[in-house]
Design a protein around this ligand. Structure first.
Ligand code: NAP
Ligand code: MG
Length: 405
């Protein structure tokens, strides 16, 4: 079989620990035998980040901007223990945070559905995608622990000298205080990323907040979404037969529970943090989620939603057998290759990405899976495979689907 030719490179961001091991096996077994891979490679492994003073992370994000599509392996976000373990020059920031700050995007996460692992909510026959706003609100808040009586005020000093002040509360005794913010710019980017992604995957978009209670703050989110929708997206949505729907967050939660899935649920930062954990737990495991960062300019960065699986890596280093789930990392590759194929009009690459995902799902549905899934699958004949064994089983199915090579 001839290898599929690519036109534009995709940006490859290699990572750490067990996922770095999986990364290489996936490339060797599932990508390189079939695709003449053009990649602009960046090693975001912690050692190399340290050697470059983290410049490599910035360079990889700039490359993603240049080429439009990236695939990223999970990476270590260093803490004090890691600084010691890797003898780091400093405690570098989270690579995902750095990349997100440069691309300014929204992360979309969708459970990967397979037979034998049914969601806890029976009506969810189609996956629900969570789009989480990744800027501001309580994550950038300032707080005061009030020790005794006094008055709290919210004050804004305009650059033009105008001052606005409102009383928050007159304290009779101890209590707590918080000041949060968001910006029209960030909310607008969030809205555009959501509308673009809905058009991309042709699914309805839901957005919810608490605008009845928060008449200025949450209401601003609602208004910005509506304005951008009416001015820039309404016609495009109508042409695709999809809808944009706003409701209150509590109504949204009730509707989600009774829905059959198959839509995108845009959430403010905190709601998205909490609800994405609910959706992923209800659907089995973080290793069975796709995750893609979409920038308002339309740059796509595909990744796995889980971490570097440190505990398995230390077992691997000890020569013990591991059974680490590679599905999310495989889907990061298929997502990036499909997007590259779509942008460059390479039908064979799009079909290959489809086949790779089909082969992965077929493998699990035939009973062959890693240990994490073996524990929760309801299939009758389960064969638990090790990390590499699973990827080899996927390859076998992939070759069948592609007609042998
Ligand atoms: P983790 O990699 O998410 O793994 C935590 C546990 O979840 C594992 O020990 C394992 O449970 C299970 N698990 C996660 N992914 C799995 C998979 N693919 N297959 C099978 N089991 C899986 O978190 P961590 O090990 O605590 O964190 C390691 C590093 O990841 C940290 O340094 C953190 O900074 C980084 N991290 C990176 C990202 C990212 O780059 N996207 C995201 C989160 C965390 P059992 O041990 O019970 O089998
Ligand atoms: Mg969380």
């Amino acid at each position: 079989m001839e290898k599929i030719e690519m036109k534009t490179p995709l940006v490859e961001m290699d990572g750490d620990e067990m996922t770095r091991i999986l990364w290489q096996i996936i490339k060797d077994e599932l990508i390189l035998p079939f695709v003449d891979l053009k990649s602009d490679y960046y090693d975001l492994g912690l050692k190399h980040r340290d050697e470059t003073n983290d410049q490599v992370t910035v360079d990889s994000a700039e490359a993603a901007k240049k080429y439009g599509v990236a695939v990223k392996c999970a990476t270590i976000t260093p803490n004090a223990a890691r600084v010691k373990e890797y003898d780091l020059k400093e405690m570098y920031k989270s690579p995902n945070g750095t990349i997100r700050a440069i691309l300014d995007g929204t992360v979309f996460r969708t459970p990967i559905k397979v037979k034998g692992i049914e969601p806890n909510v029976k009506t969810w026959i189609k996956p629900i995608t969570i789009a989480r706003h990744a800027y501001g609100d309580i994550y950038k808040a300032v707080e005061i622990k009030v020790d005794g009586p006094g008055v709290a005020k919210l004050v804004f000093e305009g650059a033009d000298g105008k001052v606005e002040s409102v009383d928050i509360h007159k304290f009779d005794g101890p209590g707590v205080l918080m000041g949060q913010h968001n910006t029209d710019k960030s909310i607008s980017s969030f809205a555009r990323s959501c509308f673009n992604y809905a058009l991309d995957i042709k699914q309805d978009l839901w957005f919810a907040s608490k605008d009845t209670i928060s008449k200025k703050y949450d209401h601003r989110f609602k208004d910005i979404f509506q304005e951008i929708f009416d001015n820039e997206y309404r016609e495009k949505f109508e042409a695709e037969g999809i809808t944009y729907f706003y409701t209150l967050i509590d109504d949204a939660v009730a509707r989600v529970m009774k829905s059959e899935g198959g839509f995108i649920w845009a959430c403010k930062n905190y709601d998205g943090d909490v609800m994405s954990d609910m959706i992923s737990s209800a659907c089995g495991s973080l290793a069975m989620m796709t995750s893609v960062l979409v920038s308002p300019e339309g740059v796509y960065e595909y990744e796995a939603a889980h971490g570097t699986v440190q505990r398995h890596y230390y077992k691997y280093l000890n020569g013990e057998t591991t059974s680490t789930n590679s599905v999310a990392t495989i889907f990061a590759w298929s997502g990036a290759l499909r997007k590259r194929g779509e942008l460059d009009n390479i039908e064979a690459l799009v079909s290959f990405a489809d086949a790779l995902e089909r082969a992965t799902i077929d493998t699990i549905e035939s009973g062959k899976m890693t240990g994490d899934l073996a524990l929760i699958s309801t299939l009758p004949n389960i064969e638990k495979l090790d990390s590499k064994g699973f990827i080899l089983a996927v390859r076998e199915n992939l070759e069948k689907l592609l007609g042998g090579n």
